[in-house]
Design a protein around this ligand. Structure first.
Ligand code: N01
Length: 546
């Protein structure tokens, strides 16, 4: 393949187009360049690399995954040379890491920033994708890799009167570059998910007054942030391959030891004791998966998990009315949260909790927000920590037309449909990294595994002079059925959150993940390779030249 980008008929042609330059996009560029020297062009709608870690510059933003499993594994040298300062690094540090990766592997030369991909249309005759961008240009490529982010399309609710509000409104995931001066200000926060609890805990002692508009409380455990355990990174390096294999072949790919004990199999006292210990050790995913192995599937285990947290909330929050408002009635089956000092925040004199479940927000006024009880909450700044149109939202922002002109919107009208979360029937040579119906795990290790798989299929297409590879309708159907069956046994299926789309009005409320675990998912991908992609894919042959 040529290193040059070829100009043809007003469009520019490359071998592969990558959309996005977060963890998955950057690795896609790097990996694909090394498949037969493919020419790769990437588009990024942000002004720099980083994806999530570019956009989420809100105060308090940090990973709540331990960093030893929240980084790349593909190059041991990179792992060795980058010195993480903390167990749960802040946004700035992860963003610096991703910028370093972009520079170290010379990835920026392939990326056009500040560019939104608007359409992607399959040209059957040429077996190519035609991609158009918001700068009016068109591109052609045989392979299209979409690394557009699971939690990227923001959910921005609109409130009556918001235009007349004289203060500032910022969404956490579109936080302005550079600092927003909040010192001494009256700040309102709408939303108490992962973003909300971080921004609240970080800002409470820095602002003049904080009003937290809570609609649904979530279960929060402390992260118990501390330095990276001494010797841990060196230990990983000593058996580097083994460590990453263990991460990928675990259930969650978070790099901590998952429990193999069911809470249902031990006494009530033992259950409570173990959750108490885990609470003291901290970590949301650890609380869900390291104490026992059945918290996400057993109501008995789940009840013990929440009993301990509810007790901690009552112990921590001095005002019993506020404490009660902070205790969820939901199961512990949303994306688990952790944050140090969250509940303590509500003991501060300058922090007020407003229950907008009971008294919904009626409107924005010139000076703040009026709730249904008639109270006008005076504010200088409103922070929307209101989340995302998750999983399928960013993919659907691009107008896709696949084989026969079928639109992705139509294909996904009732639910997102893919095989392995990677490819959709009717959309040949189009790969979605961590797309809908993909694994429910820690992301960076699985991004890499998926990109490696994608590179393998592309190599297969090239080696065999194929025009295309496409998931069959049967494969898609079977994958959805298998994923749904697995998810239906979990408590996520009966708990509303972005995980099942219920946070977006009008979006189908449906399973969007494969919950069989990371290791089982790795085996599924490997099976396709072992069977030469013959079972679940249509391998298209190029037309024989006349
Ligand atoms: O979003 P969310 P998030 N009026 O959807 C409320 C990842 N992440 O950005 O539940 C009033 O969880 C909504 O209330 P309700 C992580 O995977 C990771 O916080 O709809 N309130 C809810 O309280 C996470 O799970 C990290 O009743 C409204 C909140 O807004 C995912 O991103 C950090 C409202 C939204 O919570 C999403 O987290 C940050 C309205 N009109 C994010 N609309 C880390 O790694 C929405 N809400 C640490």
């Amino acid at each position: 393949m040529s290193d040059e980008v070829k100009a043809e008929g007003g469009t520019t042609e490359v071998d592969a187009i990558v959309i996005g330059s977060g963890f998955a996009g950057l690795y896609s560029i790097h990996k694909l360049r090394n498949v037969d020297g493919l020419t790769v062009q990437a588009f990024e709608n942000a002004g720099d690399v980083g994806g999530t870690w570019y956009w989420n510059q809100y105060p308090g933003a940090r990973s709540d995954t331990e960093v030893n499993a929240y980084c790349y594994s593909f190059d041991k040298e990179l792992f060795h040379e980058w010195k993480w300062s903390e167990r749960y690094p802040r946004q700035e540090e992860i963003w610096s890491y991703l910028k370093h990766v972009a520079d170290r592997y010379d990835l920026r030369r392939s990326i056009q920033f500040d560019t939104q991909v608007e359409t992607a249309t399959w040209d059957e005759a040429a077996s190519q994708w035609i991609v158009t961008t918001d700068d009016g240009k068109a591109w052609r490529a045989k392979f299209l890799i979409e690394a557009v982010g699971l939690l990227s399309a923001t959910k921005v609710p609109h409130f009556a009167g918001e235009d007349r509000f004289k203060g500032q409104i910022h969404h956490t995931a579109r936080w302005p570059q550079g600092d927003v001066d909040l010192s001494g200000k009256r700040v309102g926060v709408i939303g108490t998910g992962s973003s909300g609890i971080q921004v609240i805990s970080e800002l409470a002692d820095k602002v003049g007054h904080m009003t937290v508009f809570q609609r649904t409380p979530q279960w929060v455990v402390p992260s118990k942030h501390r330095p990276i355990a001494p010797g841990l990174l060196e230990k990983i390096e000593a058996d580097y391959e083994g460590y990453w294999r263990d991460v990928l072949y675990s259930v969650t790919a978070f790099g901590f030891e998952e429990s193999d004990i069911a809470a249902e199999d031990v006494s009530y006292e033992e259950r409570i004791k173990r959750f108490e210990e885990q609470y003291e050790d901290g970590g949301g995913f650890q609380y869900m998966f390291a104490a026992f192995n059945d918290v996400a599937v057993s109501r008995v285990a789940n009840a013990a998990a929440t009993e301990v947290i509810a007790g901690k909330i009552r112990e921590t929050v001095k005002d019993p009315v506020t404490a009660n408002l902070l205790i969820p009635s939901d199961l512990y089956a949303k994306r688990p949260l952790c944050c140090d000092g969250y509940y303590e925040t509500f003991n501060r004199d300058n922090v007020e909790l407003v229950d907008v479940q009971h008294d919904p927000i009626v409107e924005f006024t010139e000076n703040g927000i009026r709730t249904e009880d008639g109270v006008e909450h005076e504010l200088d700044v409103v922070i929307l920590a209101t989340g995302f149109d998750a999983v399928s939202g960013n993919q659907l922002k691009i107008q896709h037309r696949g084989r026969g002109g079928v639109s992705l919107h139509d294909h996904w009208a009732h639910r997102p449909r893919t095989h392995l979360g990677l490819m959709a029937h009717g959309f040949p040579n189009l790969y979605m990294i961590y797309g809908p119906m993909g694994p429910f795990t820690n992301q960076p290790p699985l991004h890499e595994a998926q990109v490696n798989w994608v590179a393998g299929t592309i190599q297969h297409v090239l080696n065999n002079d194929l025009a295309s590879i496409e998931a069959t309708a049967d494969a898609e159907e079977a994958w959805i059925a298998e994923s749904d069956e697995g998810a239906s046994g979990t408590l996520f299926a009966v708990t509303n959150s972005w995980i099942n789309g219920s946070n977006i009005p009008g979006k189908p409320i449906i399973n969007m993940f494969y919950m069989g675990g990371s290791g089982a998912y790795m085996d599924k991908m490997a099976h396709e390779v072992e069977t030469d992609y013959r079972e679940n894919f249509t391998l298209g042959h190029a037309p024989v030249p006349a």
